[in-house]
Write a protein that binds this ligand. Structure first.
Ligand code: APR
Length: 228
């Protein structure tokens, strides 16, 4: 029986793929006002600005490839029963070969109807922009299928269920600033080992975290050695 390995990832997981993090210096929130581009109010005030913010990030994603860290996590499915819970909206875990990925904050390569939450569409990489006037089958404007600040996180219940079953819990590339994602650490059973892979210190709600002070690619490699 393979041990259940649950991995919580954030923007740092994709940094080595050339995708900007949010809170490192020069990060996305240094360059864009969060309330204008990542809130429902911002979208209501200027939908075109918001659509173009995500169109730009989608084009960058289409040029990015999974890094060695993404690939190593996919490889670990040979030894472990792996679940990835990611805050990232990129599809790099899937493109690296991870087979079970829960996106807490949505997916950049999907669009959703503004009039019916159940209408979700895959975005064609060859025509990846969402524009004003792009409508769902019921005639409502399409928006990014992404969780903005202040919006509900529909996948959090599933993420909590998965986390409670973890026999090993790994945190990679997240500053643990944003809830409810950061709160998942409270759902890890107390005798379950927790590893943190991050080049910087990250304050967490547990004192017994094993910190691998490296980037994702080198860090996952070291983790695999530790878990042999
Ligand atoms: N490898 C691993 N970790 C890295 C790397 C790297 N190469 N480079 C940076 N990091 C770490 C940083 O040290 C930091 O702890 O990644 C973390 C990035 O933190 P944030 O930029 O805050 O990103 P994240 O925690 O994913 O943000 C959470 O906030 O803006 C919202 O919805 C957005 O999902 C996002 C959420």
């Amino acid at each position: 029986m393979k041990k259940k390995l649950v991995v919580l990832t954030g923007a740092g997981m994709s940094a080595e793929s050339g995708i900007a993090t949010f809170r490192d210096s020069g990060g996305l929130w240094d360059r864009y006002p969060v309330e204008q581009v990542a809130t429902p109010e911002g979208f209501a005030a200027d939908p075109e600005l918001v659509l173009n913010f995500y169109n730009t990030r989608r084009r960058e994603l289409l040029k990015a490839v999974p890094n060695e860290g993404h690939k190593a996590l996919a490889e670990m499915e040979k030894q472990f029963d792996v679940d990835i819970i990611t805050q990232n909206i990129d599809n790099l875990h899937e493109r690296a070969g991870s087979s079970r990925v829960v996106h807490l904050h949505g997916e950049l390569m999907k669009a959703r109807s503004t009039g019916d939450d159940s209408l979700i569409y895959d975005i064609d990489p060859a025509n990846s922009d969402i524009r004003i006037g792009d409508l769902c089958e019921k005639g409502f404007q399409l928006r990014p299928h992404i969780v903005w600040f202040g919006e509900p996180v529909p996948m959090i219940r599933e993420a909590e269920r998965i986390t409670r079953q973890a026999e090993i819990f790994v945190i990679i590339g997240t500053s643990m600033n944003v809830y409810p994602a950061a709160g998942l650490l409270m759902d890890v059973r107390k005798n379950v080992p927790v590893y943190l892979i991050d080049p910087k210190d990250v304050s967490t709600t547990r004192y017994d975290v094993h910190h691998i002070r490296k980037g994702a690619s080198e860090g996952v490699k070291e983790l695999r050695q530790l878990l042999r």
